[in-house]
Design a protein around this ligand. Structure first.
Ligand code: NAD
Ligand code: DAU
Length: 357
C-alpha cells in the first residue's frame, strides 16, 4: 500500500514512519512543513530507503496537497501534523488554529476530492486516520475515573481546543460526505527523538547540564505515559484493521505524578550518568518548583480496553522499562541532541540535497 503520513518528521510521526518502513512492505510519503518540531535527522535510518519519500509541504496548502494525492495515490492517510506543545499554545495560539484546524480542514478536503474519484474497490478500502489526543476530554477529578471513547469533550488549552475542533471536523466529514475515517486519542508519549521542550527530555537534558529541573505548581498533576513505539504500533494496527467511523483511546496504564516522573529520571541518572556536573551532589537537588501552567489539567488517564479487546493491541513497555530505554537513548545519542540544541538540525535538508547534487 501507499501510506501518506503527515507530520512524519515529528516525534510520533517519525516513529510511525520508521515502524512502517522497518516492519512492513508499504511505501510512505512523509508530508511535513518542517516547523521547529520537524527534524529529518530522526528519520536518518530510513531516509535512503526506496519505499520512503519526503515532501516539505504545509498541510494548509491545498494546491500542493492535491498534487501530492494525485501523484502518490495513497491507500491510507495517517494525519499527525500538528502544533503539539501546550505551553506554546498559551503564549501564541495562531499557529495552532491554522495548522490544527485549518490544516486538518484542507487535508480533509484534499482527501475527499481524491477519494470521490477513486474506483469503487479502492474507495472501499481507503482510510483517513486522524491522530488526536486525550487532552480533548479535559481533566479528571476523581482518582478512579478514566477517559473512555464516549467521555464528553471539555478541552482546557488553546492546543486541546484546536485538536478537539479537528476531531469534530473529521467526524463531520465522515457523517456528511461518507469519507472513511478512523480516529485515535492517545495519552502522553515519551521515548527517543522527543523534542526537549516536553517534560521528560527536558528534565533529562537539564539534569545532565546541571540546570534547574522546573516542576510546574506542586508537581501533583498526573499523566498516563505511553512509550512512543507502542503508540506507533497501535496506530498502524488501527489504520489497517479498524472499522470505518471507529474511535480508539490509546494509553499505557502508566499513571504517574509529574514530581514522581522527575524523581525517577534523577534516580536513573544517578545510576547511568554518575559523573555529574561540578558542584552537583544529587540530581534531585536540581528540582525547582516554578509558576504553574495557566489552566493546567490535573489528571489524565486512559481506559484502553476497547483497542485491547477489538484489535488485540497492548503496550509492550512498562514505565520502568520504557523510561530506562529513553534515558539510555539520550545518553547515547549526543549528536542528535547537540544538533537540536544548536539548531543545526534545521540545516539537514539543505545539506542532504547538496550531498545529492
Ligand atoms: P511534534 O510537535 O513532535 O511533531 C509535529 C510535526 O508536524 C512536526 O514534524 C512539524 O514539522 C509538523 N507540522 C507542524 N505544522 C505543520 C503544517 N502546517 N504542515 C505540515 N507539517 C506540519 O508532535 P508529536 O508529539 O509527534 O505529535 C504528533 C501528533 O500526535 C499530533 O497531532 C499530536 O496532537 C498528537 N499527540 C501527541 C501526543 C504526545 O504525547 N506527543 C499524545 C497524543 C497525541
Ligand atoms: O496527553 C497527551 C498530550 O501530552 C499531547 O496531546 C501533547 O501534544 C503533549 O505535548 C503532551 O502534553 P502535556 O502538556 O501533558 O506534556 P508536557 O510534556 O508539556 O507536560 C507534561 C506535564 O509536565 C504537564 O503536567 C506539565 C508538566 N511540566 C511540563 C514542563 C515542560 C512541568 O512540570 N515542567 C515543565 O518544564
Amino acid at each position: 500500500m501507499n501510506i501518506l503520513v503527515t507530520g512524519g518528521a515529528g516525534f510520533i510521526g517519525s516513529a510511525v514512519v520508521r515502524h512502517i518502513i522497518q516492519h512492513t512492505s508499504h511505501h510512505v510519503l512523509n508530508v511535513d512543513k518542517l516547523t521547529y518540531a520537524g527534524n529529518l535527522e530522526s528519520l536518518a535510518s530510513v531516509a535512503d530507503h526506496e519505499r520512503y519519500q519526503f515532501s516539505q509541504t504545509d498541510i494548509c496548502d491545498r494546491v500542493a496537497l492535491d498534487q501530492l494525492f494525485k501523484t502518490f495515490q495513497p491507500d491510507l492517510v495517517m494525519h499527525l501534523a500538528a502544533e503539539s506543545h501546550v505551553d506554546r499554545s498559551i503564549t501564541g495560539s495562531k499557529d495552532f488554529i491554522e495548522t490544527n484546524i485549518i490544516g486538518t480542514y484542507q487535508l480533509l478536503e484534499a482527501a475527499r476530492f481524491y477519494w470521490n474519484a477513486l474506483e469503487e474497490s479502492k474507495k472501499a478500502t481507503f482510510r483517513f486516520h486522524h491522530i488526536s489526543t486525550d487532552e480533548v476530554y479535559g481533566d479528571l477529578e476523581g482518582t478512579d475515573d478514566l477517559f473512555t471513547e464516549t467521555t464528553p469533550y471539555a478541552p482546557s488549552s488553546p492546543y486541546s481546543a484546536s485538536k478537539a475542533s479537528s476531531d469534530h471536523l473529521v467526524r463531520a466529514w465522515h457523517r456528511t460526505y461518507g469519507l472513511p475515517v478512523v480516529l485515535t486519542n492517545c495519552s502522553n508519549n515519551y521515548g527517543p527523538y522527543h523534542f526537549p521542550e516536553k517534560l521528560i527530555p527536558l528534565i533529562i537534558l537539564n539534569a545532565l547540564a546541571g540546570k534547574a529541573l522546573p516542576v510546574y505548581g506542586n508537581g501533583e498533576q498526573i499523566r498516563d505515559w505511553l512509550y512512543v513505539e507502542d503508540h506507533a504500533r497501535a496506530l498502524y494496527t488501527v489504520v489497517t484493521e479498524a472499522k470505518v467511523g471507529e474511535t480508539y483511546n490509546i494509553g499505557g496504564h502508566n499513571e504517574q505524578k509529574n514530581i514522581d516522573v522527575v524523581k525517577s529520571i534523577c534516580t536513573l541518572l544517578e545510576e547511568l550518568a554518575p559523573n555529574k556536573p561540578s558542584g552537583i551532589e544529587h540530581y534531585q537537588d536540581l528540582i525547582t518548583y516554578v509558576k504553574d501552567r495557566p489552566g493546567h489539567d490535573l489528571r489524565y488517564a486512559i481506559d484502553a480496553s476497547k483497542i485491547e479487546k477489538d484489535l488485540a493491541w497492548v503496550p509492550l513497555e512498562s514505565f520502568e522499562t520504557g523510561l530506562r530505554k529513553t534515558v539510555q537513548w539520550y545518553l547515547s545519542n549526543t549528536k542528535w541532541i547537540e544538533n537540536v540544541q544548536s539548531g543545526e538540525y534545521k540545516n539537514w535538508l539543505v545539506e542532504q540535497y547538496q550531498a545529492d547534487e
